[in-house]
Design a binder for this molecule. Structure first.
Ligand SMILES: [Zn+2]
Length: 111
């Protein structure tokens, strides 16, 4: 059975498609681990730093900007998976906020 002209035209496209698929899966072209990208998100609200100075005693302190004392943000939260930076609307960016990663992460909206 002879292939139709339409079939031959389709075949050419399929060959190009398979060539693309095959080239993308060559060994060494796919990284073993995904790149760890820094991320940045805006958060309008207060960050609370929790402490436990004594047994049965918990403290919660609202993080304030070291420059203007602002607490409500909106903060620009930047993380490179090593440090979390808080950017205040006044322009000051600090990582010396004393917050644990989870104290920041759990407050953020889904990204
Ligand atoms: Zn500030």
């Amino acid at each position: 059975m002879a292939p139709t002209e339409a079939g031959e035209a389709l075949l050419a496209d399929l060959i190009a498609l398979f060539a693309v698929l095959a080239s993308a899966s060559l060994p060494g072209t796919v990284p073993l681990t995904p790149p760890v990208e820094p991320w940045q998100v805006r958060y309008a609200g207060r960050f609370r730093r929790y402490g436990r100075p004594a047994f049965g005693v918990w403290t919660a302190e609202t993080v304030a900007c070291p420059a203007c004392g602002g607490k409500a943000g909106p903060w620009t939260v930047t993380c490179d998976w090593r440090l979390v930076w808080l950017g205040c609307p006044c322009g000051v960016v600090t990582h010396e906020h004393g917050l644990a990663f989870s104290e920041v992460w759990l407050l953020l909206p889904d990204m």
